[in-house]
Design a protein around this ligand. Structure first.
Ligand code: HDE
Length: 702
């Protein structure tokens, strides 16, 4: 029987009844106008509040229900919209996924970056893995690449995930510590699960301390499968490479930033997009023919392993740009729901046991987090592809499904929705056979070789940071036995590493080497081998006070801005500053509201009065000394050099108008209009180096 209502007539009548939306008055949820919302309805001026006050009750009731459960992991995050476009159709031989193969189509995306362990309100700059989850709104349906900024994971089988997460989360008796792995239960767990060690090394490395979400790599982690029009499969690993290079903070800096600006990474992403500095990544793939499945000395299905880039190069296939901030954090960033099983035709899974568990978990978790089965209708989750199905009702149903039939097969609804006769998802026809068994494959048993590979691939500085990180984290572990067990495990990775960690934490170093270091390395694993010598979007503080050489200060700032950097003038007070030379200058911020840890570099222009004031200001002196400790580029011109002396930094400072560059510190006696280009060029070059590693002041004793 056909639908008896005429939906078009009904909509027209409704439209006529609708009040113009642009009046903007406060109303109740029912649209009744409200002219007073500061006082509840009471019986007399000093009397009891009346139950009849539907406006007050509705307002408070809604407030009482504003919170939804935070994500059980990755609760803390920040997101943005953008687009992805493939460079060409070269992947068409491997996949039918249109968004990877049609360069004419720009696919909208939403990306959410996150930390893993901390609560929704925890600090950004903790030592942790970062989530890097991308939703591609493609014409063939939504595809989610739910990755991390590290290419491996702690465990091989998803059944251990609850154990792992319980171990890393704050401990049950007192919910301490927040957003940190530096506590007993984490180290107890990983020391008893040697498969976690490769990832633990990544976690102890600088990768766990990204300078910016815009400056970190992303990885799909698992081996996935591309499937072409003939149904042929090809193994694939996905990589995101940031155009700005991969850069990290120092651990000491991270801890301070967590207090000075707990929203450091979130703010950085937001501000850059607002300023039009759109972050960009290149998508790359490692492709492995099915015939090569067993050509490696590890199992492609094991998510604790990488395919070294030197063995299978990463081929660039497209780019992603994030160019729009969300309008509402809750509606978009909080309500976005990723799911590894959101795949489109041409992309399929493998039997990686971690991936298989994730394919269950993500849908399940949204049901409680977003309160029912209709979360795909939330604006941020809605596909751009047409959606037709017979799923009905449930909490939060937004659609008004019309018609009599909600089942398949039907004749009463004209057989709609019909089964697709083209463009449908076809599961890869993998042949599978085996006994039901709870047993990890033998090919998953080597837990150390790639941890050693990672360790061998680090530059000296990165290796130092890893040793320092182990000492810090294990230094917080109360149980000596757990500390010793970790050292024992490290001895399987590298004897020297185990010894150096042991020394710092009061544990005896292992006497003998258990597994000789294989000596292999993969240069692509070192961040320092992925330099990107640009100062684009770097933040530079220029310290100024009354009497500053405004001409010299502006000259430096303009030249750095021309190269894409963000420059801010910081002064002991806000409001116009008198200038020793040039026009008065208005600082951007008050010095004591900021800190050197929030900038990439610092400059001190000339101006005897200005420098005298700054030298007597503890914030300014500390600012420079701290930037020095964190190996940041520092520049001083004219009398600005005095502040360097006061802060006790720099080995060699220019005497005259020549430019001296020593371990990231650039100085010249010149000022005002005479500042040479070489001064600006050298400072920019030092900033582009990210840090002057040769003057690290907190290295671990050898
Ligand atoms: Fe997740 N993970 N995960 N994970 N994961 C979640 O989904 C889970 C794993 C990752 O910004 C949860 O919506 C299991 C690996 C990211 O919204 C949950 C296992 C990788 C995000 C979940 C893993 C990730 C999550 C929590 C082991 C990197 C944030 C709330 C089998 C490749 C997505 C939610 C966002 C979030 C389960 C392992 C990345 C509970 C069971 C490996 C980036 O479903």
């Amino acid at each position: 029987m056909a639908d008896r209502r005429n939906p078009d007539v009904k909509d027209e009548q409704l439209d006529r009844a609708r009040v113009p939306a642009d009046e903007g008055y406060l109303t109740t949820q029912q649209g009744v106008r409200v002219d007073h919302t500061d006082d509840a309805l009471t019986a007399g001026e000093r009397g009891p509040t009346l139950l009849e006050d539907f406006h007050a009750r509705e307002k408070i009731t809604h407030f009482d229900h504003e919170r939804i459960p935070e994500r059980v992991v990755h609760a803390r995050g920040a997101g943005a919209y953008g687009f992805f476009e493939p460079y060409d159709d070269s992947l068409a031989r491997y996949t039918t996924a249109e968004f990877l193969t049609d360069p004419q189509v720009r696919v909208p995306v939403f990306v959410r970056f996150s930390t893993v362990a901390g609560s929704r309100g925890s600090a950004d700059t903790v030592r942790d893995v970062r989530g890097f989850a991308t939703k591609f709104y493609t014409r063939q349906g939504n595809y989610d690449l739910v990755g991390n900024n590290m290419p491996v994971f702690f465990i091989q089988d998803g059944i251990k995930f609850p154990d792992f997460v319980h171990a890393v989360k704050p401990e049950p008796p007192n919910e301490i510590p927040q957003a940190q792995s530096a506590h007993d239960t984490f180290w107890d767990f990983v020391s008893l699960q040697p498969e976690s060690l490769h990832m633990v090394l990544w976690l102890m490395s600088d990768r766990a301390l990204p300078r910016s979400y815009r400056m970190m790599q992303g990885f799909g982690v698992h081996t996935f499968r591309l499937v072409n029009a003939e149904g042929r499969g090809t193994f694939v690993k996905f990589h995101w490479k940031p155009v700005l290079g991969t850069h990290s903070l120092l651990w000491d800096e991270c801890q301070k930033v967590a207090g000075k600006d707990p929203d450091f990474n979130r703010r950085d992403l937001w501000d850059c997009i607002e300023a039009g500095h759109f972050p960009e990544w290149e998508l790359g793939v490692q492709l492995v023919e099915e015939s090569e499945e067993f050509a490696f000395d590890f199992d492609l299905l094991d998510p604790t392993k990488i395919i070294p880039e030197e063995q299978v190069p990463v081929q660039p296939v497209g780019r992603m740009v994030l160019d729009r901030n969300p309008d509402n954090f809750f509606a978009e960033t909080e309500q976005i729901a990723f799911h590894t099983a959101n795949v489109v035709p041409g992309i399929d899974f493998t039997n990686d046991p971690l991936l298989q568990a994730r394919n269950f978990s993500y849908l399940d978790t949204q049901l409680i987090r977003l309160g029912g089965p209709n979360f795909a209708q939330l604006p941020v989750n809605r596909p751009v592809a047409d959606v037709h199905h017979n799923q009905r009702d449930g909490y939060g149903q937004q659609a008004i499904h019309k018609g009599q039939t909600s089942y398949f097969k039907n004749s009463l609804g004209g057989g709609c929705p019909a089964l697709a006769d083209s463009g449908a998802f076809a599961h890869y026809a993998e042949k599978v056979e085996g006994h039901k068994i709870r047993k990890r494959s033998e090919s998953f048993q080597d837990h150390y070789s790639q941890a050693t590979l990672f360790w061998n691939s680090m530059s000296e500085v990165e290796a130092e940071h890893i040793v320092a990180a182990f000492r810090f984290e294990l230094g917080k572990v109360v149980e000596r036995e757990v500390r010793a067990r970790v050292v024992d495990r490290l001895n399987h990775i590298d004897h020297r590493l185990a010894g150096r960690v042991a020394e710092g934490i009061g544990v005896s170093a292992p006497a003998a080497e258990v597994t000789p270091n294989h000596g292999r390395s993969s240069p692509a694993l070192s961040q320092l081998n992925q330099p990107n010598l640009t100062i684009d979007t770097r933040k530079i503080a220029v310290l100024v006070a009354d009497g500053v050489d405004a001409t010299g200060a502006r000259r430096l700032a303009d030249a750095l801005r021309e190269r894409g950097a963000e420059v801010e003038f910081l002064a002991p007070h806000e409001g116009e500053l008198t200038a020793g030379h040039g026009d008065p200058l208005v600082p951007d911020r008050q010095l004591n509201t900021m800190a050197s840890v929030l900038y990439d570099a610092v400059a001190i222009p000339c101006g005897p009065d200005s420098v005298r004031a700054l030298s007597g200001d503890g914030y300014a002196v500390h600012f420079v000394a701290e930037a020095y400790k964190h190996a940041k580029a520092i520049a001083a011109s004219g009398s600005g050099r005095e502040l360097l002396r006061k802060a006790g930094v720099a080995e060699r400072i220019a005497d005259g108008t020549e430019v001296v560059t020593e371990q990231g510190v650039v100085t010249t006696g010149a000022a005002e209009n005479t500042i040479p280009d070489e001064y600006v060029d050298s400072f920019a070059a030092e900033i582009a180096n990210h840090r002057a590693w040769d003057r690290q002041t907190d290295a671990v004793p050898a």
